[in-house]
Design a binder for this molecule. Structure first.
Ligand SMILES: *[C@@H]1O[C@H](CO)[C@@H](O)[C@H](O)[C@H]1NC(C)=O
Ligand SMILES: *[C@@H]1O[C@H](CO)[C@@H](O)[C@H](O)[C@H]1NC(C)=O
Length: 447
């Protein structure tokens, strides 16, 4: 932004920096443990390996969990927020107040919702050309053909098969059979592909206005709407292909495979159906989901502590912050803004805020979306610290964490950079098993 930030914003930034600095001082004691327990376990690569040793899975889970669990983890966040002992904590205990939590997160400097919602002038950013206004030449040998292939693939997918596990979760009749791979009926990530489908179909429809695809994607939204409204979900707003019990495990810091990772995909898919394809029903569904998960997070903080919530973020949560900032930009509902902040994982963004190059050993798939969400925070709220965080992150990745192939991680993790030998060792030892995972029939890879 060209102009200097208003004084209130500068103060808020300074306070946030001090908070982040003090958290980093504590975090360094336990090094990278704040990130990879239990993310290490939910790494898709690690999970794929565990699943390729049939029978031993439970045992391996326990072994890995104990190997990596650091009992001091929770203390790493204890000083992050000035909650304990303050008068605000007592008041908050009586009645949970989203506005109060928001002020606390912002460092107690009395930011108002209006300031938080202040959007930087639209001229600060490039404006996207709408997909509705762009057409590829169908005769083009490369891009035209690629688009046609992608369209035909999306049209191959069957509505009943896509939503099968959602219907089963909702207690509704589920004709047909579910898809396999990670959409399989007992795979803990089931449903995330449907979120990708909704995003892809919305963008493909905007780029082609193909009526067949329009019918299919709105049939998927309608079927998911019926699941969200089903008595089994009791008007809570819950919408998922797996039971809510997965979130009990997530909140109890017990092994579970990344339930918020999947919820992010579904929320983003529905939001794209609204933003790109104009489906108003899809927006109402995302709002209901945000309500359900907002209640869950509020309950964790009330029943346990905010530290417990931060600890749970060691599990991979996809771009929850990203999609919630986008939602807030549409609804202007402060609860969506606060919930977005609560997915801005502080122990990782804090390191970037103080410009520490400490990417090595972090799980890349978990943390890249969090930075993307941080950039969205800047774009939506104008908070300049988050622009600096994203810019610094890109500089570090580009200058010291990029392989000749253009990739940034090996088997989903960043490694020590200043030793070429390390990179070679990791590449050589992991390439065999990595390749075999890539070609497993029915497997899907995504970030
Ligand atoms: C959508 O695209 C498919 C594949 O190109 C085509 O067969 C179909 O006729 C199109 N639908 C409409 C309504 O144009
Ligand atoms: C990445 O680094 C290369 C080599 O230093 C540089 O030429 C390029 O501009 C950088 N790209 C970005 C996006 O910073």
């Amino acid at each position: 932004m060209a102009s200097a930030p208003p004084p209130a914003m500068a103060t808020a930034t300074a306070v946030a920096l001090v908070l982040l600095l003090s958290s980093v001082a504590v975090v360094t004691v336990v090094a990278k443990e704040c990130t990879n327990v239990p993310t290490q376990l939910s790494s898709h690569t690690v999970r794929a390996r565990l699943q390729s040793t049939p029978g031993a899975e439970e045992w391996r889970w326990r072994e890995l969990f104990h190997d990596h669990l650091n009992p001091t983890d929770e203390s790493a966040w204890m000083d992050l927020l000035p909650l304990a002992g303050s008068t605000t904590a007592a008041a908050a205990a009586e009645e949970f107040d989203w506005a109060m939590l928001y002020r606390t997160l912002k460092g107690g400097v009395g930011s108002s919702a209006a300031q938080a919602g202040a959007t930087p002038s639209s001229s600060s950013f490039l404006v996207e050309a709408s997909l509705h206004d762009v057409r590829l030449d169908p005769g083009d040998e490369v891009y035209g053909r690629a688009q046609q292939t992608n369209l035909e693939y999306l049209l191959l997918l069957d509505v009943d098969r896509l939503v099968w596990s959602f219907r089963r979760q909702a207690g509704l009749p589920a004709p047909g059979a579910p898809y396999g791979g990670w959409e399989g009926a007992v795979v803990e990530l089931r449903g995330h592909f449907v979120g990708h489908y909704l995003s892809a179909a919305a963008k493909m429809w905007a780029s082609t206005h193909n009526g067949t695809l329009a019918g299919k994607m709105s049939a998927v939204v309608d079927a998911l709407h019926a699941c969200q409204q089903a008595p089994a979900n009791g008007g809570t707003g819950y919408l998922s292909a797996f039971p809510a019990e997965f979130f009990d495990r997530f909140e109890a810091i017990q092994p579970v495979w990344a339930p918020y990772y999947t919820i992010h995909k579904i929320m983003q898919g529905l939001l794209d159906q609204y933003m790109v394809a104009g489906n108003g029903k899809a927006l109402a569904m995302v709002v209901a989901m945000a309500g359900y998960f907002g209640e869950r997070v509020r309950s964790v903080i009330q029943r346990h502590s905010i530290e417990r919530h931060w600890t749970s973020l060691n599990e991979e949560t996809g771009g929850m912050n990203d999609v919630l900032y986008q939602l807030y930009a549409i609804t202007n509902d402060q609860r969506h803004l606060v919930l977005a902040h609560l997915f801005d994982k502080p122990c990782f963004l804090g390191l970037l805020a103080v410009q520490a190059d400490s990417l090595s050993d972090f799980h890349a798939n978990t943390h890249i979306p969090i930075v993307v969400g941080g950039q969205m925070r800047y774009e939506v709220t104008g908070d300049p610290l988050y622009k600096e965080i994203a810019t610094f992150f890109m500089d570090v990745v580009n200058s010291s964490h990029t392989y000749a192939t253009g990739g940034t991680s090996v088997s989903e993790f960043w490694y020590v950079t200043d030793s070429r030998m390390m990179a070679e060792v990791y590449t050589l030892s992991s390439v065999g098993s990595f390749m075999s995972e890539m070609i497993l029939p029915g497997s899907t890879r995504s970030v």
